[in-house]
Design a protein around this ligand. Sequence first.
Ligand code: NAD
Ligand code: TYD
Length: 330
Amino acid sequence: MKVLITGGCGFIGSEVVRVAIEQGHEVVNLDKLTYAGNPANVADVADDPRYSFINGDIADPQIATQSVQGVEVVINLAAESHVDRSLHNPTEFIETDVVGTATLIMAAREAGVRRFVQVSTDEVYGSIPAGAFKETDPIQPSSPYSASKAGGDLQALAIHHTFGQDIVITRGSNTYGPRQYPEKLVPLFITNALDGLPLPVYGDGQQIRDWIHVRDHAEGIWHAMEHGEAGQVYNVGGGNEWPNLEITERILAHTGASDDLITYVEDRPGHDRRYALDTTKLRGMGWAPKVDFDDGLASTVEWYRERRDWWEPIKSGEYADWHAKNYAGR
Ligand code: NAD
Ligand code: TYD
């Protein structure tokens, strides 16, 4: 099968590319190569004859039309994905996560693509003090990032309803593993700990996230693509709920760094307190996460320990400039 994977040079997208190639499929990777897109993330498959790359924007109708030609399935992971950045520049998020998603779906419909998978996030449901969100719960996003992802979901569901286009949505939980851009909690804290730099914990550090390993998330997306029903949403959660401070302490233990590095900083504005997903639906279809959280975290720390060549240029370049500009007060 020929599959178009967008955002394939990103963290989760590159893992979905690997899953597809391992299963013998032909992959077209469409990626704009934003600050978060890194060709090194797919270096291991780049020479495979089944792999090809298009450098372009999903929100560009011409690129979208060109990219879907002859494709059976589209898996859309291209997105602006970082909450903190969305607080500074929401319109960039709307452009890719809403306009880009709708543009790509319409191009896929025109080209007769059999199935479109929209990769979304648990953040569209908003914060939940107790219990876990089901796919039928209303969405109540609270950051510009999650609102733009919710906009993408609504476009997808509306186009399915209106035109009968076969669309499946996945909503994944906080993902960790190798190749994650070091602005997100886990890779930022691991790389800072390895360098003896402060770990900036927002607020009281008691915010809760449900963590899933990137391989489990990628396989969940693939499973929903293969076995999901058109027009349906599937939660993909790891079932590992931890307060941020607990994750921080585990990272310090795995890296051997000192607790003194923990630094409490001003809270993120509008910070969601807790995310939790009910994954009964996808589990009922035969998917289950396999990676034990502590094993996954330990192997992730090892990857960053060994791959300074991957993250040092990032942290000394664009990332450092952006943080200096936007976090001067923190
Ligand atoms: P990422 O930021 O690591 O990668 C995003 C990729 O998309 C990059 O390669 C970037 O160059 C590309 N891209 C951005 N804008 C584009 C555009 N307009 N056209 C083409 N390519 C573009 O993101 P990620 O963490 O791998 O997340 C992938 C998807 O999974 C996103 O849709 C995100 O919302 C969703 N998600 C992420 C998490 C998480 O914890 N990281 C959890 C749940 C869902
Ligand atoms: P993040 O990795 O940005 O993912 P998201 O906001 O999409 O859940 O953040 C995960 C949690 O960690 C979130 O509660 C914010 C918190 N956090 C910090 O405490 N310090 C940091 O430097 C970062 C990046 C995040």
